[in-house]
Design a protein around this ligand. Structure first.
Ligand code: GTP
Ligand code: MG
Length: 338
């Protein structure tokens, strides 16, 4: 049986380590400034090239959800009625002409994107066009992060661990994205007893009187919701320890689906991702995480069985290192390829 909880002195030790690490992970004002400059520069480039097309440059992902570090790349969503920009090629050309480096166009990706590197501002950027879903889910994540003071440090420390252990590159590593990890963290906090986070999507459905006749996708009335998690007194060290314990040992991957939308677990049968049903394509995946807005999309499916067993092993490794004397530094040690 894996250790159940931290001893008081271990708890204090881990608290100090987490505080120190969190301070180091907060983005510097200088890097935030460079991010803002990149947005301005792209806005100017695009609106000079195609004037009068109401082109707007929005950030999403970690640049918009309060979970960025100084070295995070900038996710940018351009919105415009000018349809020809959606193919991305003309944007790629424009960036290339204007001093951006490593410009790569992924027109065939799930969402077509252009990647580039700005040598002047020392930033990598991913751009896409007219993807309102990405802006909405970013705003929802940001709302969850603002609801309780424990979410931001916990999520930033877990994200740092996933980066250092190379567990967050859905596109290349066959692992899972930061976004998927964030959904796992939010759902873990929704399922604490008493819960730390509500389901913002359910809160929106419950609201009787929609303000402008339209029911919003998720509740964002921060002032009213801020007291939600107050009855739960768990500390950051408790939560980090329990996060790894939960996904390392308790969670029954063959039985349940992580659902941020419902704020609970769904059984794989009720979701239709039943491992016993060999004809169902999601059935085989060991990790099932429902995308909160596109419910038939399983965010866990970027990891195959082999990749998933590696990730699961890493979660257990992290747990053992914390259980055995709170070795947070070793836990987040850079992964070395054998
Ligand atoms: P870092 O880049 O690691 O700092 O984290 P991040 O918060 O930017 O997450 P990530 O790069 O994984 O994703 C950026 C954004 O893209 C997310 O906030 C989502 O809006 C969106 N996104 C990523 N993956 C998916 C996906 O599979 N489905 C959908 N609908 N959106 C996604
Ligand atoms: Mg990102």
């Amino acid at each position: 049986e894996p250790k159940r909880s931290l001893e008081p002195e271990e708890h204090e030790k881990l608290r100090t380590q987490m505080d120190d690490l969190y301070q180091r992970l907060l983005p510097s004002d200088e890097s935030e400034g460079r991010r803002a400059q990149l947005v301005k520069k792209l806005d100017r480039l695009l609106n000079t090239e195609w004037p009068g097309n109401d082109i707007r440059v929005n950030v999403f992902g970690s640049s918009g959800n309060l979970l960025a570090s100084s070295d995070s790349d900038v996710d940018i969503c351009i919105t415009t009625p000018l349809k020809k920009l959606e193919s991305m090629h003309s944007i790629a050309m424009l960036l290339h002409k204007n001093g951006m480096e490593k410009v790569v166009c992924r027109a065939s990706a799930k969402v077509p994107i252009v990647k580039c590197w700005d040598p002047e501002l020392n930033l990598a950027a991913d751009l896409n066009v007219n993807n309102p879903l990405a802006l909405e889910n970013t705003r929802m994540i940001k709302t969850y992060v603002q609801l309780d003071d424990r979410v931001r440090p916990l999520a930033k420390i877990i994200k740092y661990w996933t980066k250092r252990r190379i567990l967050n590159d859905a596109a290349f590593g066959g692992t899972i994205s930061s976004y998927t990890w964030i959904c796992m963290i939010i759902n873990f906090l929704q399922r604490r007893d008493p819960p730390i986070l509500p389901s913002l999507q359910k809160k929106a459905e419950e609201r009787k009187q929609p303000e402008n006749g339209k029911i919003p996708q998720f509740a964002d009335n921060l002032d009213e919701l801020k007291s939600f998690g107050g009855a739960n007194k768990e500390t950051l060290p408790d939560l980090l320890f329990q996060f790894f314990r939960h996904y390392g040992y308790e969670f029954e991957y063959s039985k349940y689906v992580v659902s941020v939308k419902e704020g609970r677990l769904l059984s794989r049968q009720e979701k239709g991702w039943d491992p016993a049903n060999h004809y169902e394509k999601e059935a085989r995946n060991r990790l099932c995480v429902e995308e909160p807005f596109t419910l038939n999309r399983n965010l866990g499916n970027s990891a195959d069985d082999y990749a998933w067993s590696g990730i699961h092993g890493e979660i257990r490794r992290a747990f053992e290192l914390l259980a055995d004397g709170c070795q947070l530094e070793k836990c987040c040690e850079e992964y070395e390829f054998p």
